[in-house]
Design a protein around this ligand. Structure first.
Ligand SMILES: [Zn+2]
Length: 330
């Protein structure tokens, strides 16, 4: 090695050092990059798993919340039913005592259900009839047609007797009107004075002190149902009803409420009414058996009605206001 060779050696050594440092930097950069990439993926996957865990928790909590709401609603319905069984007698007495000055017992109540067609009694009034019969109230039925729209009057009369027997009304307490001016026809306009006179004669002849019928919408909207309400309202407004006779109309509920079965109970219970009649599963079976007595009417939609109609479980009534009878005008 010469002196001239020393700078060359140093130069070569310097270059080696630089290349080493360069290679080291590359490795460090690559290593850092790989580490960062892995960390990011790791964190990303961790975040994904945390998000997934959160969503699963939310879903489970939602299912529990829905189950809790459903169970609470069912328990509420059960509580309403139990409360109703205790309060029904009191509310019935209250209705009877609104017009009467003296305290009325159940055995003194003589109730008349006024309907238009055979099957109205079980389709719409079954809970009321069942509850009144349970309290030993004398329940009667006045049906204003034989249900002869499809010329099946004779058969439908027999079906009505069977249905009433199932609900607890004896055949001696059933009156079926067959008047040529009161046809079973949704397009027929019944004479209100005629219907009024038929009803009031029956009320006076048997001294009924409680009359229950349709309201102005007729529950199903049938013209014959609405005509009965108009006739009873006419009697009430003209003071032709005996002093101690209470008149009640069955409340028509909207389409949604009508077909949610027993789930409708809390709504009717909360809304103001003067009388509420509710039956449980035993009463429902009784109402269903009465419905099945009307064999000539058992088309497919009747089975849907039996399954989903709230009128198989609950009836609510409003008082039909009456004009004071002994009003003296000076
Ligand atoms: Zn009807």
């Amino acid at each position: 090695m010469t002196l001239n060779g020393q700078p060359l050696l140093f130069y070569v050594y310097f270059l080696n050092c630089l290349s080493y440092l360069a290679s080291l930097k590359e490795w460090v950069t690559l290593d850092t990059y790989i580490s960062t990439f892995c960390m990011r993926n790791y964190l990303h996957s961790r975040l994904l798993s945390l998000h997934g865990l959160f969503m699963v928790t939310v879903r489970i909590m939602s299912i529990y919340l829905i189950l809790f709401i459903i169970l609470s609603y069912l328990v509420w319905i059960r509580c309403i039913y139990c409360q109703h069984r205790r309060a029904f007698f009191k509310s019935l007495k209250h209705v009877m005592n609104v017009l009467s000055s003296r305290d009325t017992n159940c055995s003194e109540i003589s109730a008349l259900i006024v309907t238009a067609h055979p099957d109205d009694e079980c389709m719409f009034f079954a809970p009321t009839i069942i509850r009144l019969v349970e309290l030993n109230v004398s329940v009667h039925l006045l049906c204003l047609t034989e249900g002869n729209y499809y010329k099946q009057g004779a058969q439908r009369k027999q079906e009505l007797l069977k249905s009433c027997a199932m609900l607890g009304i004896p055949s001696s307490s059933i009156t079926i009107v067959d008047h040529n001016k009161l046809p079973d026809d949704p397009t027929a306009e019944w004479s209100i004075p005629l219907v009024s006179s038929v009803i009031v004669k029956h009320i006076r002849a048997h001294s009924f002190n409680l009359v229950l019928t349709f309201d102005g919408k007729g529950v199903s909207g049938h013209a014959n149902h609405r005509a009965i309400h108009k006739a009873v309202s006419h009697l009430a407004s003209t003071g032709q009803v005996p002093n101690d006779c209470s008149l009640l109309s069955l409340v028509t509920v909207g389409l949604f409420r009508k077909y949610i079965s027993f789930l409708e109970l809390p709504i009717s219970w909360l809304l103001p009414s003067c009388l509420c009649c509710i039956v449980g599963s035993r009463g429902y079976r009784q109402a269903k058996a009465a419905m099945l007595c009307h064999r000539s009417q058992l088309l497919w939609f009747r089975y849907l009605y039996i399954t989903f109609s709230c009128y198989m479980f609950i009836n609510t009534f409003q008082m039909i206001p009456q004009e004071p009878k002994n009003l003296k005008i000076y």
